[in-house]
Design a protein around this ligand. Structure first.
Ligand code: HEM
Length: 467
């Protein structure tokens, strides 16, 4: 395609040199969500950033998003950075499910999928509840809690226990800091070549060594016993291709790190924002408490009674609408193509702004308000296709979406049944959009005991058995 004759979406003036590109990069880095929203306000629901060579197209129109993720999925890869092991996500995740492509991705997805079948994840419900109870065991009325740390540890322990039959509570701090290093690395503008030693690069190397040590330890422990524990790690280690070949330890490591990291940070942030929104919206919180008290009383939630908690489900969904943990992601055109009537030359990066779609007043009345009723069975049916996509869509849709939804509902039910979390008067929680949407500067909240007389369901120390 010769760019002069092409039909691109509207957008700001073309970027002509390195300085302009850097300034633009810094503008997005300083206020990612604000800048994207501003561009959509000016140019409509699809805009293009044009460079001398190439174009980036940013989407918030559900039809366009559907075309890229579903109808034309085969015309895109995830992105050029995903095949470069020195930068971005690939530096940490290697060649795992989130980053690889083509036939190899298909094979790995087929192999990993059974670990996420409904029957199997349902067996994890009790473990999820038990870990939520363990998290609350040290909480007392009036206590200040670093909620973001608590949610991150909780979600990490759940992934490790359910999918790897392992206890990583002793490693949580190292995995947490590796996660923060990764998030900044992927979101930072890379000005210096990757081989130049800088303090940030030493931090990355250390974080990578930490992650490797933890995951290779899990693999070695498994090999020592050699048992099929029926978990994801066993599946990875026992898998054989048509020639009877198993995966190398490096490939198992890449898949395990991917699932461990992708599977806890996102859910933890969904929980963080849910607590913030409940504290800011006492009317919604009261309805949630009413449902939990009516259906559960003082009994802990189970897989069975979860079905009778529709409002809890609606609260989680609405929280992920306002603050989608994966607030945006991208694709890379591997051939000349079109989106709607717009041209997309091979090599173009196409961004999907889940955040903008979730805040578009055409699909959402009073989009900034926290209204879980939007997700009542009736209202949900009226939503345009792909106006709500917290888990993405098409063949690369989140493999853990049912796992995450079940987990978020169970954690919310278990914890809100007993405690209310309060923000300090006037406390404003800003957003920190890195790879996921984190609360800026952490999330300190005060615990309020809703049921001081309730014991039974929440022992001081919970022994979490194997699933
Ligand atoms: C609220 C929680 C979660 C959210 C919002 C979320 C969101 C997403 C999104 C939007 C994608 C697609 C990205 C793209 O198309 O480029 C994705 C992919 C993925 N997610 Fe999740 N996720 C969550 C939980 C989980 C969990 C619990 C796991 C595993 C235990 C997981 C593992 C993955 C993996 C491996 C992929 C890549 C799948 C592939 O490309 O085949 N996620 N996630």
């Amino acid at each position: 395609m010769t760019t002069s004759t092409l039909n691109f979406p509207p957008g700001p003036p073309q970027i002509n040199n390195m300085l302009e590109a850097l300034l633009l990069g810094f503008k997005y880095q300083r206020d990612m969500l604000g800048t994207i929203s501003e561009q959509f306000r000016i140019y409509g629901d699809t805009y293009a950033i044009r460079f001398k060579k190439g174009v980036q197209i940013v989407l918030s129109n559900p039809d366009h998003i559907h075309q890229v993720l579903v109808t034309d999925a085969h015309k895109y890869h995830k992105g050029p950075d995903y095949s470069n092991p020195n930068i971005g996500l690939t530096f940490f995740l290697g060649n795992g499910l989130l980053t690889n492509e083509g036939e190899f991705w298909k094979r790995q997805r087929r192999l990993i999928q059974p670990a996420f079948h409904a029957r199997r994840i349902e067996a994890y419900a009790d473990t999820m509840v038990a870990y939520a109870q363990q998290t609350m065991a040290g909480w007392r009325d009036g206590m200040a809690v670093e909620v973001d740390d608590a949610m991150m540890n909780l979600a990490l322990n759940i992934v490790a226990k359910t999918l790897f039959s392992s206890d990583v509570s002793g490693d949580a701090e190292r995995i947490g800091s590796a996660m923060t290093v990764l998030q900044h690395m992927a979101a930072d503008i890379q000005l210096i070549p990757h081989w130049v030693p800088t303090p940030a690069r030493f931090r990355r190397q250390r974080a990578l060594r930490d992650l490797d040590a933890i995951v290779y330890r899990l693999i070695a422990e498994w090999r020592e016993s050699g048992d099929d524990r029926g978990d994801l790690l066993s599946m990875l280690l026992l898998a054989r291709d048509d020639d009877g070949e198993g995966m190398t330890d490096k490939q198992v490591r890449d898949e395990a790190v991917t699932i461990m990291l992708a599977g806890h940070e996102t859910t933890a942030n969904a929980m963080n924002w849910t607590w913030v929104l409940l504290a800011q919206n006492p009317d919604v919180e009261a309805k949630l408490h009413d449902e939990l008290d009516r259906v559960l009383g003082d009994r802990p939630p189970t897989l069975e009674n979860l079905k009778r908690l529709p409002y809890t489900d609606m609260v989680v969904k609405e929280s992920m609408r306002l603050y989608p943990p994966a607030y945006g992601f991208s694709r890379w055109a591997i051939e000349d193509t079109q989106i709607g009537n717009y041209d997309v030359p091979k090599g173009s990066v196409v961004g999907v702004s889940t955040y903008a779609t979730h805040h578009d007043p055409r699909w959402w009345d009073a989009p900034e308000r926290f209204l879980p009723e939007r997700f009542s069975e009736e209202s949900e049916k009226q939503l345009p296709r792909y106006a709500y996509l917290p888990f993405g869509g098409g063949p690369r849709v989140c493999i853990g979406n049912s796992f995450a939804m079940m987990e978020a509902r169970l954690l919310l039910a278990t914890m809100a049944q007993r405690y209310r979390l309060r923000l300090a008067p006037g406390q404003i929680v800003g957003t920190d959009p890195l790879i996921t949407l984190r609360p800026k500067g952490g999330l300190r909240m005060t615990v309020e005991d809703r049921k001081p007389t309730m014991r039974g369901g929440i022992p001081d120390r919970v022994v979490v058995g194997t699933v």
